[in-house]
Design a protein around this ligand. Structure first.
Ligand code: NAI
Length: 338
């Protein structure tokens, strides 16, 4: 006979499942790589998001532990854990939004491209699962190098016949979050009042802050422009070096990922005027993918905005960014087509 405790747990579980199945308002979100440095705080933040009714936490290690922990938070979302490849399909089935921070992070001295060999294969496998189990989900791709993993995901979805460019979004929000913070520091403002568009991609010189378009409008000296551009482009490396071998940005990244996921969910809900920067399939430049401001709606990235007027410094930066981006995109595409 089951003990009282087991019975109680059992009935709690089934009620939770009922609540989730009974169409509690909200969206179903999966995090792939949920036990990692980004995944854990991201799971915490998504569990706090009132737009989330069901939260699936998938990883190849430690998913049950993170799930048990996060599931005790007294917020609305029902949390379920999934461990290892055999449970990937259950983790993905029925999801509206899939956030992917799975993969290895940088150590000091590494570029994001050094991660390609390991992370490319991980992203391919996860995207094959998405194509099979939730082909209509919005995908937020965090795993680096984003400039190559987004093209990899696109090729996987094309092969599977499920590709919709509007639903595949590379997460560059951390670059914007850093830019807002660093610019606010220089201007002596609250970062919440500052809006810096960051375009291009998510690595080194491909990260192109458009300081001439900062809101509130503000002229920067040549020194300020140089300092801010360098600091924004190397913000990730600043954290990698400070952590000295213990990984890359995880907490600020989880914050940025949660902010971007919330933006996507509000778009899915039909809110008007939801605009964020993201690395997407694009016709803004001659490159097939580019980060710029996009408007998010019920079907994903519904509108991609042009870059607007650039100053000379930004035009030079754009040419450099495009050169490096072209190679990273091609590397991703060839990984699947080869
Ligand atoms: P981490 O190593 O702490 O966590 C990664 C997690 O992915 C681990 O729990 C690992 O078990 C899991 N994982 C590995 N293979 C998997 C698979 N096949 N399926 C599911 N899960 C798998 O790394 P961290 O710090 O969380 O970083 C994750 C990724 O995010 C890295 O590629 C990093 O470069 C990237 N990143 C991206 C940023 C961006 O702005 N887009 C910023 C910071 C990091």
């Amino acid at each position: 006979h089951p003990s009282n405790l087991q019975m109680e747990e059992c009935s709690n579980l089934s009620r939770a499942n009922c609540r989730a199945k009974g169409g509690a308002p909200g969206f179903k979100v999966a995090i792939l790589g949920a036990a990692g440095g980004i995944g854990q705080p991201l799971a915490l933040l998504m569990k706090m998001n009132p737009l989330v009714s069901v939260l699936h936490l998938y990883d190849v290690v430690n998913a049950p532990g993170v799930t048990a922990d996060v599931s005790h938070m007294d917020t609305g979302a029902v949390v379920r854990g999934f461990l290892g490849q055999p449970q990937l399909e259950s983790a993905l089935t029925g999801m509206d939004l899939v956030v992917i921070p799975a993969g290895v992070p940088r150590k000091p001295g590494m570029t994001r491209d050094d991660l390609f060999n390991i992370n490319a294969g991980i992203v391919r496998t996860l995207c094959e699962g998405i194509a099979k189990c939730c082909p209509n989900a919005i995908v937020n791709l965090i795993s680096n190098p984003v400039n190559s993993t987004v093209p990899i995901a696109a090729e996987v979805f094309k092969k599977a016949g499920t590709y919709d460019p509007k639903r595949l979004l590379g997460v560059t929000t951390l670059d914007v979050v850093r830019a807002n913070t660093f610019v606010a520091e220089v201007l002596g403002l609250d970062p919440r009042e500052v809006d810096v568009p960051v375009v291009g991609g998510h690595a080194g010189v491909t990260i192109l802050p458009l300081l001439s378009q900062v809101k509130p409008p503000c002229p920067f000296t040549a020194e300020e422009t140089e300092y801010l551009t360098n600091r924004i482009q190397n913000g990730g490396t600043e954290v990698v070096e400070a952590k000295a071998g213990a990984g890359s940005a995880t907490l600020s990244m989880a914050y940025a990922a949660a902010k971007f996921a919330d933006t996507c969910l509000r778009g899915l809900r039909g809110d008007a005027g939801i605009v964020e920067c993201s690395f997407v399939a694009s016709q803004v430049t001659e490159l097939p993918f580019f980060a710029s401001k996009v408007r998010l709606g019920r079907t994903g990235a519904e509108e991609i905005y042009q870059l607007g007027p650039l100053n000379e410094y930004e035009r030079v930066g754009l040419e450099k960014a495009k050169k490096e981006l072209a190679g990273s995109i091609q590397k991703g595409v060839s990984f699947i087509r080869k």
